[in-house]
Design a protein around this ligand. Structure first.
Ligand SMILES: Cc1ncc(COP(=O)(O)O)c(C=O)c1O
Length: 398
């Protein structure tokens, strides 16, 4: 007997990031700029241990029995408070559920909006795991190139005109994965206006917004939403720990029951233990101080990597300069494919991810490569950028 795989799962693609991580594992002593992990120096390990012990000794049933699908009410309350006061989201109009990471928010947004054959308009390059989620619901992807201040709006409008079957627009507005680019306030407003004019929902994926280390915060598109068009996803993966598997999804109040049923159908509820610990970290600790510490760690690493790259790389290579988050992107001269460059870098002991892994067509040549600075030590950043710098000069003068 042959297992017959559904059309939806036939079209998903393997992750290049995973491929690079596997290749790197065979390369002893390699320096990794590949994984988008947060720095383990940002984990509140003492507090996690103290709160977990306290909960298990004093009230174990509160985290061991079934809980509410929409999430732990005190955490929901604390989040709504922060999202309205800091990020301008209106909870008279909107509601929120706790989900198992931003990735699950993407799954629920897709389940809510997409029928087979629908089009999702996406930034390109972008986070390929969400591309796969959209594909797994039978959607076709249409890419709009990213500029340093967000999507190319002329191309976005053209894509909206050309695809009346578009149901969703996918944006990562802050410190985008993989480019590190941030969508400007003006572009956020224009993206919203265009989505409204063409009656397309926006899935706004914002896991890095709390990690701005230079420039001024920009409010999310959701804060502009008067029409219930925007589904807004956030994550605790980069501000608590990714293994907590916690995030949240904000949506128009009319959708609450559907969202709760989505959660019930998928995994009933997210970990009560980690929701409880997260709530206590947000309300009983110096949460602002914790965020400031994380930002300072990323600022130092990002600036070091940027300065070293500017000094060492061949001048024909462009480098994005993020104002927050975990990523920056290098761009080889137009028309050059970065994939062989990335394999040669790996052979010399530095792991990075080729830009093709973030494109709709992963086979097409692409001149970008993503560098993540969050987990490397300063010494590794200096040594790794030495290797990339030397390679770039050899590569571009050969
Ligand atoms: C843009 C983006 N969205 C979503 C996610 C998923 O994050 P999580 O499911 O861990 O919250 C990531 C993770 O790296 C990401 O970069």
């Amino acid at each position: 007997m042959t297992l017959r795989i559904s059309n939806k799962m036939q079209v998903v693609r393997g992750s290049v990031i995973r491929q690079m991580a596997e290749a790197a594992a065979t390369q002893e002593g390699a320096i990794s700029f590949a994984n988008g992990n947060p720095s383990s120096d940002t984990f509140m390990v003492e507090e996690f241990a103290r709160f977990a012990a306290d909960i298990f000794y004093k009230d174990p049933n509160s985290v061991l029995q079934y809980g509410l699908s929409q999430g732990y009410p005190p955490l929901i309350h604390a989040l709504k408070d922060r999202l309205s006061t800091v990020w301008g989201i209106d909870f008279e109009k909107n509601d929120l559920i706790i989900v198992s990471g931003g990735q699950q928010a993407c799954d629920f947004a897709s389940k809510l909006l997409l029928n087979e054959g629908d089009v999702v308009i996406v930034e390109e390059p972008s986070f390929a795991s969400c591309y796969n989620t959209f594909r797994s619901y039978g959607a076709t992807l249409v890419g709009v190139p990213m500029c340093s201040d967000g999507m190319d709006l002329d191309k976005l409008e053209q894509a909206l005109k050309d695809h009346s079957e578009a149901r969703m627009l996918y944006v990562i507005p802050s410190f985008q994965n993989p480019t590190g680019f941030t969508t400007s306030a003006e572009k956020r407003q224009k993206i919203y206006d265009l989505a409204k004019a063409y009656n397309v929902a926006i899935f706004e994926d914002d896991p890095y917004c709390e990690l701005r280390f230079s420039g001024k915060d920009i409010k999310p598109i959701k804060s502009l939403d008067q029409d219930g068009l925007v589904l807004y996803a956030g994550s605790f993966s980069k501000v608590m720990a990714p293994a907590f598997r916690l995030g949240f999804l904000v949506f128009d109040k009319s959708l609450t029951t559907r969202m709760i049923v989505s959660k019930q159908c998928t995994d009933v509820h997210s970990s009560l233990l980690f929701q409880n610990i997260t709530y206590r970290c947000m309300t009983e600790c110096d949460y602002e101080g914790h965020l400031a510490n994380s930002r300072a760690i990323y600022k130092k690493k990002s600036q070091l990597m940027y300065v070293e790259l500017k000094k060492k790389l061949h001048p024909a290579i462009r480098c994005s300069q993020p104002e927050g988050g975990l990523f920056m992107m290098l761009f080889l001269p137009e028309g050059m494919d970065a994939t062989p460059f990335v394999w040669e870098a790996l052979r010399r002991g530095v792991v990075c991810v080729p830009g093709s892994g973030f494109m709709i067509d992963q086979e097409a040549p692409n001149n970008g490569l993503r560098l993540c600075y969050s987990t490397a030590t300063e010494e590794e950043i200096i040594r790794g950028t030495d290797i990339l710098g030397n390679l770039s000069h050899e590569w571009l003068t050969k």
